[in-house]
Design a binder for this molecule. Structure first.
Ligand code: MGP
Ligand code: SAH
Length: 220
C-alpha cells in the first residue's frame, strides 16, 4: 500500500480489485472514497436491477455506482457535493470508457432536488464513517449524514417513482417500512440483503410508487 495512505485504508486496499476490477489502470480514490465505494460486483448487480431511462446518483463518490449505471441506463446524472469526488469519478469512468455517458454535477443533491426529474433516484449517502457498525441497530433518524432518512425520502420521491437506497447492514428495518408507509398512497418496499463472498455487506432498499407517473426527463 502506498505510504501516503492512512492506516485505516489498509483493509480496503486489500480489497482493491473487489472495489474496482480495473484498479491497476489508475483508479483514484480519497479516504472517504475508499471506505464508501460500492464493490464493483454489487454496483453491477444494482445497475442491472435499476436499468431505466434516466437515473440520478445523488451521492456519486468516486463513481462506483455511476460507472455501472452507465452500462444499463440511457441517461446518468452523477452528483456529489465534493469537487474532488467528481474529478475522481470522471477519471475512473474514463478507465471504464463510460465518461461520455454520464453527466457529472458538483452540488448539494438536496438543494438541486426541486429541479430534478428521473425514472430512478439512487441514494448512497454517508453513513457517518466506518464506525457505523459499532451500534447494534443503525438509526436512520440520527446517524445518516447530512440528512435523515425521512428528509432524503421526501426529497427523492418528488424526483422519481423509484428510489433505491444503499444502507448499512444493521439498518433499522422498521424505519425503512415507516418511510414506505409515510407516502400517500404507501410505496412498495423491497429490502435486499447484499452478500459478498458469503458475508453480509449492506442492504439495498427499493421503494416504488404504486401510482404510474408520466415519464419524466432529467433537469427541468
Ligand atoms: P464495511 O463495513 O467497511 O466493510 O462496509 P466490511 O468488509 O463489511 O467490514 P467488516 O469490518 O464488517 O468486515 C461495507 C460496504 O458498505 C463498503 O464496501 C461500502 O460499499 C459500503 N459503505 C461503507 N460505508 C462506511 C459507507 C458509507 O458511509 N456510505 C456508503 N454509501 N456506503 C458505505
Ligand atoms: N456510491 C458511491 C459512494 C458514495 S459515498 C461510490 O460507489 O463511489 C457518499 C458521498 O456523498 C460522498 O462522496 C460525499 O461527498 C457525498 N455527499 C455528502 N453530502 C452530499 C450532498 N448533500 N449532496 C451530494 N453529495 C453529497
Amino acid at each position: 500500500m502506498p505510504k501516503e495512505y492512512p492506516a485505516t485504508i489498509k483493509k480496503y486496499w486489500q480489497q482493491r480489485y473487489i472495489l474496482f476490477s480495473r484498479f491497476d489502470d489508475g483508479i483514484r480514490m480519497d479516504e472517504e472514497g475508499w471506505f464508501s465505494v460500492t464493490p464493483e460486483v454489487i454496483a453491477h448487480y444494482q445497475a442491472e436491477r435499476c436499468a431505466c431511462g434516466t437515473i440520478i446518483d445523488c451521492f456519486t463518490g468516486v463513481g462506483g455506482n455511476s460507472i455501472q449505471f452507465a452500462q444499463w441506463c440511457s441517461n446518468v446524472i452523477a452528483i456529489d457535493i465534493d469537487p474532488l469526488k467528481i474529478d475522481y469519478a470522471r477519471h475512473n469512468a474514463a478507465i471504464y470508457r463510460v465518461e461520455n455517458r454520464i453527466e457529472f454535477i458538483v452540488g448539494d443533491s438536496f438543494l438541486l432536488a426541486p429541479r430534478l426529474k428521473a425514472d430512478t433516484v439512487f441514494l448512497s449517502p454517508p453513513w457517518g464513517g466506518p464506525e457505523y457498525n459499532k451500534v447494534k441497530t443503525y438509526d436512520m433518524k440520527t446517524m445518516l449524514r447530512p440528512y435523515d432518512g425521512q428528509t432524503l425520502f421526501n426529497a427523492a420521491k418528488k424526483i422519481a417513482p423509484r428510489i433505491v437506497m444503499f444502507l448499512p447492514k444493521n439498518v433499522n428495518l422498521d424505519q425503512l417500512a415507516e418511510l414506505a408507509l409515510s407516502a400517500r398512497p404507501p410505496w412498495s418496499l423491497e429490502v435486499e440483503k447484499v452478500y459478498l463472498n458469503g458475508r453480509l455487506k449492506a442492504i439495498t432498499a427499493y421503494f416504488t410508487d404504486p401510482v404510474p407517473r408520466q415519464r419524466q426527463r432529467c433537469l427541468t
